[in-house]
Design a protein around this ligand. Structure first.
Ligand code: FAD
Ligand code: A2P
Length: 416
């Protein structure tokens, strides 16, 4: 029998408007330390109106003439999700009803944050861009979340607009201008160029069709595949419109405890969520304590992996944090195509981490320590290579230890 839902108000949990979502003050997570910007509700009018007719699923309840028995009530509050007891912004904007933002100039970082051919002479994939969108306060998010971007297309199968692509947010909740009105991404431009030894399975530019991109790079003499969304974003100019979905993602959130230790492992654009954390921990006004020190009292340790020294991302910011907070911030990088370890092996982040195995292992034994990993698939395997020996010396199996850390919400992985 399908229950007829009458008198839902008696069952429903209180429904608050989206603008009343309260993020925990004083904790790392939800760094805005108060209600989401009230403008969130204007941007999410469809959300508010949906709330008014909130769908209440009364699971297993039998509706009789006399009473409504509510055994389990699930009120889906649109625009938020409860994570570990706290509400966080969640899919305020869907692919069908995205938010239309605008590209703004970012004075904190240049649009293109890598140098021409920084990946290698003649390498098509040298460009990574830092692009900032004005969302007018309508797309609130917290550190560690992602947004979706809809490119006009055509997509791989000719669809227009293209399907959404997810991007980790690279700015802290307050945004690069600390006014809670912008969101920034760190996007690598995908360009596959056909070579004799490397025929392309897919291409969207015939020989002669590839035009110079915003950075001036083009390959008119080859078949080329240009990533649909990454090229759309990297080619954006100030004032352009952008279609945003989300925010989404609960895997990479910061712990609430200001005494937590944070080990960050990033390859390439995997630095984006780490940047969002570090802006909050070491830069933003909201992360400052009354006595001028930082609210964050733990240790943050960044391992960043890139192919060339030239392609280090946000190095200037990391050096600044290290100079200002030498006791709290440690910064190591692995430059895979320029450095080798003593055994002559390629320097990946796990190779660099192996120089500190004991220190990292001991740090991970502390229940306040969280590991964040973002970037290339395959990074997890590297962790095993790095820690299996020390784990077995301690009569543990690394995989089990990592599994337990995951269960304890201390091991966070976002690879793509
Ligand atoms: P696409 O057009 O999707 O092309 C990608 C590849 O698909 C090409 O190299 C091509 O070889 C292949 N291809 C082309 N046509 C076909 C076909 N017909 N069939 C099969 N394969 C085909 N990226 C970042 O730069 N920064 C981030 O911070 C970031 N964060 C992410 C976070 C998450 C949670 C996830 C899931 C992904 C993230 N990404 C990030 C990756 C991003 O979502 C995109 O995948 C990336 O930008 C490439 O998208 P594109 O549209 O440019 O390329
Ligand atoms: P390499 O490309 O020399 O093999 P980007 O995204 O800018 O290309 O950077 C990714 C970085 O991560 C590169 O230095 C790349 O090295 C490195 N890398 C590739 N595979 C792995 C892996 N399995 N674990 C750790 N790092 C990796």
């Amino acid at each position: 029998e399908i229950p007829r839902v009458t008198g839902v108000q008696t069952c429903a949990l209180p429904i608050s408007a989206i603008g009343e979502v309260v993020l925990q003050p004083g904790s790392l997570r939800g760094s805005e330390g108060g209600p989401l910007p009230s403008s969130a509700s204007t941007g999410a009018q469809m959300v508010a109106s949906t709330l008014a007719v909130a769908v209440v699923a009364v699971l297993g309840a039998r509706v009789t003439k006399k009473s409504v028995t509510c055994r389990a009530t699930a009120v889906k509050k649109k625009g938020v999700r409860v994570v570990e007891g706290k509400e966080i912004p969640w899919n305020l904007f869907s692919p069908k009803a995205p938010y239309q933002g605008k590209v703004v100039k970012n004075k904190v970082q240049e649009h293109t944050i890598t140098k021409p051919n920084s990946d290698a002479p003649g390498d098509a994939n040298w460009e990574t861009a830092h692009v900032t969108f004005d969302h007018g306060g309508n797309v609130p998010y917290i550190e560690g979340q992602s947004i979706g971007i809809i490119a006009p297309g055509p997509d791989k199968k000719g669809e227009t607009p293209a399907k959404i692509r997810l991007y980790s947010i690279g700015s802290s909740a307050v945004g690069d201008f600390e006014d809670s009105k912008t969101v920034s991404l760190c996007v690598k431009r995908v360009v596959d160029v056909e070579e004799e030894k490397w025929p392309l399975k897919h291409f969207n530019r015939e020989v002669g069709e590839d035009k110079p991109d915003k950075a001036g790079t083009h390959f008119p003499n080859n078949k080329v595949y240009r990533g649909v969304c990454s090229n759309h974003i990297c080619d954006m100019n100030v004032g352009d419109d952008v279609l945003i979905t989300g925010p989404t993602g609960a895997e990479m959130l910061l712990p609430e405890d200001p005494n937590a230790n944070i080990i960050m492992l990033a390859t390439g654009t995997g630095i984006a969520p780490m940047r969002s954390y570090m802006r909050l921990l070491f830069n933003d006004k909201v992360g400052e304590a009354a006595d001028g020190t930082r609210k964050f009292k733990g240790k943050a340790w960044l391992f960043m992996g890139v192919p060339y020294a030239n392609s280090l991302l946000y190095d200037d910011e990391h050096v600044e944090y290290k100079t200002k907070y030498p006791d709290q911030f440690q910064y190591d990088y692995a430059i895979s195509r320029e450095q080798k370890n003593e055994a002559g092996q390629k320097m990946y982040i796990q190779t660099k981490m192996a120089e500190y195995t004991e220190e990292l292992w001991n740090l991970m034994q502390d229940s306040k320590t969280h590991v964040y990993m973002c970037g290339l698939k395959g990074m997890e395997q590297g962790m095993e290579e790095c820690f299996s020996e020390i784990a077995s010396k301690n009569n543990l199996v690394w995989k089990d230890f990592a599994k337990q850390m995951k269960k304890d919400h201390r091991y966070h992985v976002e690879v793509y």
